[in-house]
Design a protein around this ligand. Structure first.
Ligand code: ADP
Ligand code: MG
Length: 268
């Protein structure tokens, strides 16, 4: 059985592509066969995050127009043999592929892969429809900001209306110190607003920028940072393992904040 998962959000720039690259790499390292589908036509960057941009010859668009075979467009990861990427065309319009073509394409991929993870563009136009049309599950990524959460809420409604039954939440770029100062929404706040199960929390981490520039997902680091561990844990939860949520609290703290931390840890 293949799991077809779409990574979505309402607002752009919340970390979908970062999430998709890391989760794909983590799952492949756990022994799963994984294909990452870049459905962000017009603004591809999954290839950059994986350091595969120079290996792209064909994209999903040439596959659907019959200019190449599917296998010719798939790009193998340099480090992890179980991971491949189906790139998106950069210079075509978002209408280059129709939802029906996308569905067919993903259907073909189910023969050879255990996970198909589709990275969607921002917004809810054609690109979004392409990304969700074949998905059975959705992972909604949001940052703990009102605007992002409100837009995520709209997306949850759209996913439900389109028959995507299993919808789970990732809260990205959490800054625990800010939450403690009441300057940032807590994970619990976000979850209560959206009313979908929490799959994971990823802290704000400046190593994300380094990892993006190098084209090396964080989960590959020998001594992974908290964000890298968070991605790894999320992959394990997808696999059905019961993994505790990371303790994302600042190290220097007084008695009162430790007390709050105790209460808070129970909540995420
Ligand atoms: P999207 O695909 O939703 O548009 P990206 O994955 O491209 O979002 O991420 C948007 C920006 O946020 C990038 O510059 C990325 O490096 C940064 N980013 C994402 N997640 C984190 C994180 N946990 N900590 C710090 N920066 C992050
Ligand atoms: Mg993206």
């Amino acid at each position: 059985m293949t799991r077809i998962i779409v990574t979505t959000s309402g607002k752009g720039g919340v970390g979908k592509t970062t999430f998709t690259a890391n989760i794909g790499m983590a799952l492949a390292r756990m022994g799963r066969t994984v294909v990452l589908v870049d459905a962000d036509f017009g603004l591809r960057n999954l290839d950059l995050l994986l350091g595969l941009e120079n290996r792209i010859v064909y994209t999903a668009v040439e596959v659907v127009t019959g200019e190449c075979r599917l296998e010719q467009a798939l790009v193998k990861d340099k480090r992890e043999p179980k991971l491949v990427l189906l790139p998106a065309a950069q210079n075509r319009t978002k209408e280059a592929v129709t939802p029906e073509q996308m569905k067919q394409l993903v259907g073909t991929l189910t023969k050879n892969y255990e996970y198909i993870v589709i990275d969607s563009p921002a917004g809810i136009e054609t690109g979004f429809k392409n990304a969700i049309v074949a998905a059975q599950e959705a992972i909604v990524v949001t940052t703990p900001e009102i605007a992002a959460v409100r837009d995520a809420d709209r997306v949850v409604g759209l996913l439900e209306a389109n028959g995507v039954k299993q919808i789970q939440l990732i809260v990205n770029r959490l800054r625990p110190a800010m939450v403690q100062m009441n300057d940032m929404m807590s994970v619990q706040d976000v979850q209560e607003l959206l009313g979908i199960p929490l799959l994971g929390v990823v802290p704000e981490d400046e190593r994300v920028i380094v990892s993006t520039n190098r084209g090396e997902p964080l989960v590959l680091a020998e001594d992974p940072t908290l964000a890298g561990k968070a991605f790894d844990n999320i992959a394990r939860r997808l696999e059905g393992e019961k993994i505790e949520f990371l303790d994302l609290h600042p190290v220097h703290e007084g008695f009162l904040s430790r007390l709050r931390k105790l209460l808070w840890t129970k909540l995420i």
